[in-house]
Each structure stands twice: as structure tokens, then as C-alpha cells.
Design a protein around this ligand. Sequence first.
Ligand code: NDP
Length: 275
Amino acid sequence: MSVPHLRLSESVTIPQLGFGVFKVDPAATQQVVETALEAGYRHIDTAAVYGNEEGVGRALAASGLPAGEVFVTTKLWNADQGYDTTLAAFERSMERLGLDVLDLYLIHWPMPDHGSYVETWRALAQLHADGRVRAVGVSNFGIAELQVLAEAGLPTPAINQIEAHPLLGQAALRDYHRTHGMVTEAWSPLAQGQALDLPEIAAIAEAHGATPAQIVIAWHLALGNVVIPKSVTPERITSNFAAHEIVLTDEEVARIDALDRGHRVGPDPNTFHRL
Ligand code: NDP
């Protein structure tokens, strides 16, 4: 069984299961990403602010995999929002990654009070039109910000990467994405570990002879989310990847849906403002 792909545009698809590197020490990133590539991941999610784009680039170069085989996402940091600053920040990320063309570039946070995300989105649309990036999207945008982009007559983001896990189902935002042809991508998909001790998840894991993390990842896949679990632990990197072979029943999916508590493990995008 191979990892399913979801369509971002007529010509671009994204592997539904990827590997996140938030909080992976820059000095360890090359090794960790090499382990992920050996385990079978073909999709890596980094960001300028993680400080580890160079390690991702080194792992890609060392892998011997053909160019274009691994789907790479990076994100524009808040301090670089604005049209010209975005174009310059993109080039710096590409230099660190050692890539000529990026698969997916995201605005990391909307920072609505900063008032720059529309100009920033225009810059991403230009990078896409210029062929520097195959798909563009956003992260942590709410319905209000997505509507502002639509009202400005700008292209619809291909994807919105948002916090989502069994304790934060994000039903309304996921519905909005679906009705507007956008893909939902789940960050902190394991709730940074908090979703793994729930008795309901443990029971389903036992029924499948699987780990709780595998069940949570399989649930994201069943919902149609792109999912990017992070781990620096080789056994977890491997077992998390194997989750794409687990098929949950509709009843199991519904039992996990019912765990939604509106509980965030990360910042609230409406108020998050860090430069
Ligand atoms: P995750 O929900 O992926 O959880 C990671 C934590 O879970 C780590 O502590 C890891 O430990 C542990 N873990 C992983 N696998 C297992 C397992 N099988 N059993 C037990 N524990 C496990 O959290 P993240 O916050 O890292 O989110 C994932 C990715 O999402 C990030 O790496 C990043 O790419 C992206 N992200 C994006 C954000 C955004 O604003 N756009 C914000 C936050 C994250 P260990 O590493 O020690 O094995």
C-alpha cells in the first residue's frame, strides 16, 4: 500500500502523509530527515523560523533520490510579511534548502492585526505564476481571513495548514475548505502527544494491534487531512509512517470525531503575533 496523494491543482499532488520538523534541532535535522526518507516518507514540512531548512536540504542532497521525488514545504515567517520582503525571504529559504523550485510555500500565520497578509499573499501568487513554487497556500488562516483573500479577487490558497487532532476537530474550517476546493493539512496532528493517552484511542489501537499514534494518523487520513507527524525517535518515525496501511471503520472514525473538545495545544491564530 502506498501513501495516497491529494490534488492541490491540475498538475500538483501532495503525499497525504508527511514528516514535520518543528523543534528538530538544526544540528540533528539532516540525520532525522534521512531516517524519515529511509522509512519511506516523501514529504517534508519545515519553515524558515524552525532554523533547520539547511538540514532538510542536506538530507535531500545526501539521499540520492531524484529531484522532485520528495515533496517539500516551507513557510514564510511573520517578520517577512509584505510584498518585497516575502520575495526576498523566499530566495533565502531556497538557498538554505538548495532547491530551484519549491513544492509548497505557505504564509505561516495571518497576524490579522498586522494587516499585511493580503500583500504577502499577492507575493506568493506571483512566485507561483513565475514557476518558482508549484503550489501556494496558507497556515493558521481562519474563515474570516480566507474570505478577505476571496473578496480581494485573489487566487484561492490550495491548502490551509491548521492545528487539528482528536481534541480539536476543526469541523467548521474543514467544511469551508471542502466547499472552496481547498485541502486541510493538520499540524500537531498527535496534539504533541496529548491525544495518545486517551482511553478511546487506546481501545481502537488494541483492536488493530496498532499504536495510539498510528490510530490518530489513520484517523486524519480517513478524514482527508494531510498529516505531518513529527518525531526524532527512529522507531516512532517508522511506525508512524506505517499508519497509512491502517483502515479504520466509519464507526471508529466517528468515535474519534466525538473526542473533539476545542482544545488547542498551540497558539490561537486570532491573537498570535510574534515577529
Ligand atoms: P505532533 O503532534 O506531531 O507531536 C510530536 C510529539 O509527539 C513529539 O514530542 C514526539 O516525540 C511525539 N511522538 C511522535 N510520534 C510518537 C509516537 N509514535 N508515540 C509517542 N509519541 C510520539 O506535534 P508537532 O507540533 O511537532 O506538529 C507536527 C508538525 O506540524 C511540526 O513538526 C511542523 O512541521 C508542523 N507544525 C506547524 C505549525 C504551524 O503553525 N503551521 C505549528 C506546529 C507544528 P519525539 O520527537 O521525542 O519522538
